[in-house]
Design a protein around this ligand. Structure first.
Ligand code: HEC
Length: 125
């Protein structure tokens, strides 16, 4: 009985701490693993519309470039959860916050806009 009371108190404390934890500032991205992000980017189909190296594409007219995105993480996350227009939504049950952070970290490793001849996928395939 005492153990249960202690567990309940612990859970309550954890919930309260969660409530008062300071909100993340706009452009502070949570730590992500770029290697996992690359696998997720390919497995979850982002590449089909945004290009294998985030170079953008023709889906729905023009799909935005994601390589070296200047979007702050919060805006990136917002687009995943509630896309502004034609992009399918990725709920947290499908793509967790950590997975979103991993993809974001991966996208930062890609070189941004540049000449088509400089894109690694075009050079090597
Ligand atoms: C079916 C095609 C499609 C897929 C799959 C897709 N997107 Fe998109 N994405 C779009 C389109 C189209 C837009 C332009 C905004 C809109 O229509 O919602 C967009 C916009 C974005 C933006 C905003 C970019 C900017 O600079 O404004 C981000 C970030 C993004 N997508 C990330 C992702 C990620 C990460 C995935 C995979 C988890 C993904 N998208 C999968 C089509 C797609």
């Amino acid at each position: 009985m005492r153990i249960i009371a202690r567990l309940a108190a612990g859970a309550l404390l954890a919930a309260l701490l969660g409530l008062i934890a300071p909100a993340r500032s706009q452009d502070q991205a949570p730590a992500g693993d770029a290697g996992k992000g690359k696998r997720l980017y390919l497995a979850d189909g982002c590449f089909a519309c945004h290009g294998r190296v985030g170079q953008g594409g023709q889906y729905y007219g023009a799909t935005p470039v994601l390589a070296h995105s200047e979007l702050p993480f919060d805006a990136f996350d917002q687009q995943l959860r509630e896309p502004t227009n034609n992009m399918p939504a990725y709920a947290e049950g499908v793509l967790s916050e950590q997975e979103a952070a991993d993809i974001y970290a991966y996208l930062q490793t890609l070189s941004g806009r540049g000449e088509a001849k400089d894109l690694p996928a075009i050079l090597t395939h």
